[in-house]
Design a binder for this molecule. Structure first.
Ligand code: PEP
Length: 250
């Protein structure tokens, strides 16, 4: 059985002082809960060192919200996988919808970022998801499978074994609208079929597929009860320790 993963994307919130407090509260609460889940926090870059210090010795892991596709050099303002790894981070978000649709990152760049993560020993949480207009035009499966295919096709099986996928319908992120468990489960099933086609049955059975989009403590149990949903990527509700800890199953 796949271990459930609960991840918190803090987006552009929490400076290093606020982040240290929140991470410590989460680490303490998680330890007290004796949950068997994997918990990963994604603070902003400048908050990461303080978070790494706050979670030291705990089972909580942390990662960056973005990565550049090169490892060093003249790329002003960018942060490399080597730098993220040097902090002790284990994970990195790649292709979050805000990177795709607000910053304008496309598939070719994201494929390179995915490879940079793997090259630097980080586990990418690779995010995919359709726009509302895609869902209304019954194109959601097509759009999401194209996003997975364009970035993951061509990876070695060993490389893909370190990838975590996250299905986040864009219309559900930060809007208060959650996909129904049925819709999320159907999409996860379609993604898993594509993984089977690309990497084989064992990879399809192993790959964790998270759901994200306005998850709250009230909606989490139903989503997590579905066999296709291996965990949650939580934005707004991860900014308070109580709501985030309430989402983590015991
Ligand atoms: C996210 O940022 O990945 C996300 C799912 O945000 P929210 O939970 O706020 O919709």
């Amino acid at each position: 059985m796949r271990r459930k993963i609960i991840a918190g994307n803090w987006k552009m919130n929490k400076d290093h002082r606020e982040g240290a407090i929140l991470a410590k509260e989460i680490a303490d609460g998680f330890a007290a809960s004796r949950s068997s889940c994997e918990v990963v926090l994604f603070p902003p870059f400048t908050t990461l060192p303080a978070v790494m210090e706050a979670i030291r010795g705990s089972a909580v892991r942390a990662g960056a919200q973005d990565i550049y596709c090169e490892d060093e050099g003249a790329f002003t303002g960018e942060i490399s996988g080597r730098m993220i790894r040097a902090l002790g981070c284990t994970h990195v978000l790649v292709g979050h919808s805000e990177r795709r649709h607000v910053i304008g990152e496309g598939g070719e760049l994201l494929a390179r970022k995915l490879r940079a993560s793997l090259r630097n020993g980080l586990k990418p949480v690779f995010c995919v998801g359709e726009l509302l207009e895609d869902r209304e035009a019954a194109r959601a499966f097509e759009v999401v499978t194209a996003q997975v295919r364009e970035c993951c096709e061509g990876l070695e099986a060993e490389e893909f074994s370190r990838v975590v996928l996250a299905y986040e319908p864009v219309w559900a992120i930060g809007t208060g609208k959650t996909a129904t468990t049925r819709d999320a489960s159907d999409m996860h099933g379609i993604i898993r079929m594509l993984v089977k086609e690309l990497f084989g049955t064992a990879a399809a059975e192993r790959v964790p597929i998270l759901y994200g989009g306005s998850v709250k403590p009230e909606s989490a149990p139903d989503l997590l009860g579905d066999a296709e949903i291996d965990g949650l990527l939580v934005g707004g509700a991860s900014l308070k320790s109580k709501s985030f800890l309430d989402i983590i199953p015991r």
